[in-house]
Design a protein around this ligand. Structure first.
Ligand SMILES: Nc1nc2c(ncn2[C@@H]2O[C@H](COP(=O)(O)OP(=O)(O)OP(=O)(O)O)[C@@H](O)[C@H]2O)c(=O)[nH]1
Ligand SMILES: [Mg+2]
Length: 487
């Protein structure tokens, strides 16, 4: 297939006809039909959405997944790879001209180069296409030649999914919820003061509007830094090219009837504009086309931050996962036209902070969070699974005897200073309820013990030809997400 050609290729009597940019202007419905009809005639495309809250590990996950799908030496649990049926996997120009390309090469060079370091934080949507030449399995394998599968990977911030909740809420409802939730939190104190000093009834003054909006955005940032997940509107944290625009210049206000031309009336209008011009286009252009989804969760990081952060994460995840329930709101139902995400993987990331003896406990906690979100968000048919993974393993395991006890720990190089240290993060309980119940009850700290976490730098690696970067269970994650499409 020539570089630059889009993904519709029709084979007619052995001749390949490339229908250039046929995808232009197609509606979701037509595309959905194409991907099901595709089988014999079209090259099938799977769109994998990768999401998670900030710093959950998305960039590292995509980079390592792609590297390990291209060089499959460390992917034994990916059946098509183990059976030797993947002839090649290569990167292609991505199909969407207006979406930035995921900077795979730069991220991989950062993680596996001579001075390994973590990639920079990202704050928008990006995309990458990986294509496979695969020999089919089963009875027909002897008759059919290799076929092509395209995997489009879409990286986007989980905060944008939280915004789905705004579509159901009026400005008054959102204001009331936000102000009530943040009232007791010290991180929002400065905004509370600014709000008390503001006069929403007064005629709109852009300077006053801007300073109130900035105080609110600063409080969201502080809440986020304190480990809270439920911080809407998502673009206030990740504004991208919308920074400073009126659609991002508002703040929650105590509900009342504001006079025409007042700050209050204008904020309510801008909130509606944000929903219409920012939230809806995201769901229409990106979200509605996703077939498979991985939700990355830094469970260990939240446990380390304490019960309140765990509870907040639980609520945010239920909200995020709620976006995958088509009946969730009228706009989304219309957009998805009955199409649903087929598989959702819920992955606890950075599992290399724990000795593998504790991975089962970590998975159980992730599964409990998922189960909870599931009862709230009934995914209507999506297959779901929880897993503990490390996209890039930065530690090695060790075992030491201390005071007659055996401790299973990990060793790594500290990000800060590069010193080599051993870490024992604490023993995770067998029963996830031991963490989730106190979180729900609003406990201030864990009773039985503290959980510590260190930030390690990536280990210098020398990759053998055919091997991708070291990981934990990335092959299982890939098998769950796309294994069936490689058969
Ligand atoms: N030890 C370890 N740390 C990881 C792993 N994946 C991510 N991290 C850590 O988590 C940080 C965030 O990872 P990213 O992949 O940049 O996370 P992100 O979700 O893309 O973050 P944003 O772009 O800021 O939203 C990294 O800088 C690492 O410190 C992993 O597999 N192992
Ligand atoms: Mg990132």
């Amino acid at each position: 297939m020539p570089p630059g050609a889009t993904y519709v290729q029709v084979e007619a009597k052995g001749q390949a006809v490339i229908l250039g940019d046929i995808a232009d202007g197609l509606t979701r419905g037509v595309e959905a039909t194409m991907s099901t009809v595709s089988g014999a005639f079209f090259e099938p495309v799977v769109r994998l959405g990768v999401t998670g809250l900030a710093r959950s590990g998305k960039t590292v996950f995509i980079t390592s997944l792609v590297a390990n799908l291209i060089s499959r030496g460390r992917m034994p649990a990916l059946r098509a790879a183990a059976e030797g049926r993947i002839h090649t996997a290569w990167l292609q120009p991505q199909p969407d001209d207006t979406v930035p390309r995921f900077d795979y090469e730069a991220h991989l060079a950062a993680m596996t180069g001579p001075d390994p370091h973590w990639p920079e934080s990202t704050n928008g949507i990006s995309e990458l296409r990986l294509s496979f030449r695969v020999r089919p399995s089963g009875l027909l394998s002897g008759f059919q030649g290799p076929r092509t599968l395209h995997l489009d990977i879409v990286d986007y911030p989980g905060e944008w999914l939280l915004d789905l909740g705004l579509l159901d809420k009026t400005f008054e409802e959102w204001s009331r919820d936000t102000l009530a939730r943040n009232d007791p939190r010290p991180e929002a104190a400065a905004f509370k003061e600014a709000l008390a000093a503001a006069n929403p009834d007064a005629k709109l003054d852009e300077v006053a509007a801007k300073s109130l909006a900035e105080a609110f955005a600063a409080s969201l940032q502080a809440l986020r830094d304190a480990g809270y997940s439920d911080c809407t509107p998502g673009r206030f944290l990740l504004p991208g090219d919308l920074k400073g625009s009126p659609a991002l210049t508002f703040a929650p206000l105590p509900p009342q009837d504001w006079p025409r031309g007042s700050l209050g009336r204008e904020f309510a209008r801008r909130y509606e504009a944000y929903k219409r011009q920012v939230v809806k286009p995201f769901f229409r252009d990106h979200f509605a086309r996703i077939d498979r989804q991985v939700v990355l969760v830094d469970v260990l990081g939240a446990i380390h931050s304490g019960p309140k952060a765990v509870e907040d994460m639980r609520l945010a995840l239920a909200d995020i996962l709620g976006a995958f329930r088509p009946g969730r709101n009228a706009f989304l139902s219309k957009l998805l036209l009955g199409k649903r995400v087929e598989k959702i993987l819920f992955a606890a990331t950075k599992a290399d902070h724990l000795h593998h003896a504790q991975h089962a406990q970590l998975t159980a906690i992730a599964a409990a969070l998922l189960a909870d979100a599931k009862t709230r968000a009934d995914f209507a048919g999506a297959e779901t699974q929880a897993m503990s993974i490390a996209a890039l393993r930065a530690t090695t395991e060790d075992r030491v005897e201390q005071g007659g006890r055996t401790l299973d720990l990990v060793r790594g190089r500290l990000l800060d200073g590069g010193k080599s240290v051993a870490m024992y993060p604490g023993r995770l309980p067998e029963d996830p309820g031991k963490l989730l119940i106190p979180s729900r009850q609003g406990a201030d700290r864990w009773l039985e013990q503290d959980y510590s976490i260190m930030t390690f730098a990536p280990q210098p690696v020398t990759l053998k030809p055919g091997d991708g970067p070291p990981h934990i269970r990335l092959d299982r994650a890939a098998e769950f997400l796309i294994g069936d499409r490689l058969r």
